[in-house]
Design a protein around this ligand. Sequence first.
Ligand code: AGP
Length: 608
Amino acid sequence: MCGIVGYVGPRPVQPLLIGGLRRLEYRGYDSAGMAILEEVGVEITRKAGRVADLESELEGRISNGTTGIGHTRWATHGAPNTTNAHPHADCAGSVAVVHNGIIENWADLKADLIEAGHLFRSETDTEVVAHLIEDRADLPLDEAVREAMRLAEGALALAVVRNDEPELIVGARRGSPLVIGLGDGENFLASDIPAFLEYTRRMAVLDDDRIVAVRPGGITISDLSGTIVEPVTREIEWDLDSAEKGGFPDFMLKEIFEQPKAIRDTLRGRLDSDGLVRLLELELDVEIARSFDKVFVVACGTSFHAAMMAKYAIERWTRLPVEIDIASEFRYRDPILDGNTLVVGISQSGETLDTLAAVRYARAQGAKLIAVTNVVDSAMAREADAVLYTRAGPEIGVAATKTFTTQLIAMQLLALWLAHARGSLDDAVIQNAVKAMFALPDQVEEVLRQSDGIREMSEQWTDRRDFFFLGRSAAFPVAMEGALKLKEIAYLRAEGYPAGEMKHGPIALIEEGVVVIGVATNSHVKGKMLSNMQEMRARSGTILLVLTEGDTEGEAVADEVIFVPWAPELLSPVTAVVPLQLLAYWLAKQRGLDVDKPRNLAKTVTVE
Ligand code: AGP
């Protein structure tokens, strides 16, 4: 997730781009940059860090240019430094490109371009587009971009300028967002509406596989074959605050709804032509993968719940023993580690001190470290022998939502990759698991459509203070995560517990007024789970069950049900956790709480 802004018109473009980038900073803040068409040609300024750092870099330089593009970066390929900051240029410096998304076949394209004599300056996938356009210097810019779009695979939103067409920006879109702001004698291009809302309320959406030529006097949209497409325009009714949140009242709800896209991005490009898992960036030798005799997964909070889930997947698929540890406990218990131990650290931020200290300790004992993180080049990514990025995009709400579901996916990809490398699973089993993963984004979308129903259901529980979240096997981490969400944003007492363990003590707490939420999706222990829920019902608890669609047996045990689509047991946590995120969200809202900034919490915890 990055932010793109572009402008053509009569105004000086530099302050306009800075303003737009500030409004898009929520989309990424690893670096920022801009390209302005000056009389001498394309002038590029870039800086690692936030938009404020770019502003300092520009200090004292006043541009008269009135056409330009800007970018704020959330790194996916290459470290978040100035060299990798956008815009990227071709060899001659006459083309400038900004990009949001992932070009899956960038490595192949880059190899061909290098062989043809192109000189690359960055580690990004984006730079290939600048060189592809350079190779088509004889074509009008929109034609050159169209050809580049035909060659590039994956998700892309592009904005491109070229020296010889000083009043033109060409935009292109596939998968990543791009909207056009329509002004009077001026026009805008951006990843999101807030970038231009100050100047115009009239907009056009660019559909997938469309190219747009943006000039001061108007726009021309065409498809990949060059056929002109009529733009569909509309008036924007949002104010600036709701526009920044995509029309959602808070970042948390926006991020819950971003999960289908986030999961698609996590999966993107991570399959080979045989339908097996390909983790190119892991750069871990297959021989090393075969040498492991034990795995530890360490993490905190929500990331620890992803670790719990990973234990089931890695053990079932690789038959390697897996230990999971709360990171703050790990190094104080003197764990047994050596050169044949794999340690996986999971951390959204990659900066959580407890997790960092745990993985540093493990490396010092000779263990190999894989980091699973959302932040490129974060401290944990730099510590690791190999990194797997979750690619959820920036998460602003303190409560982890989309980063959790993408951690679940990333860990399953890792487990399947390990299983293949070690020969512990037939290809057909891996292919089936992968196929089921690709169905998940649509399935999550189906669950999200129940948001209003979950809000209505939660309204009957606004005066309840005690909640239990129960699950067994792979549903147990989901129960833990549901309880954590409710605690941290709604400030309600919520226990996450393995359902079978309730009879050993906590069942004494079940009485009328206690809400017991059971996760009883597809599982080899679902029958036992339903029996445990009967026990809660017999003690007068109010029962809500998360069930697989069509489960009438489960429905008979519950006062309320939420159905989710069928998924294989180890993948069902991805769909099952979404209603629990929504439930916590709506209960917190009914209590009038600020879900994005819950009391006493910080997004990243850098103290021990
Ligand atoms: C989750 O909603 C919490 N905000 C918190 O538990 C978080 O998951 C934990 O602090 C770990 O953070 P990390 O993933 O960035 O390491």
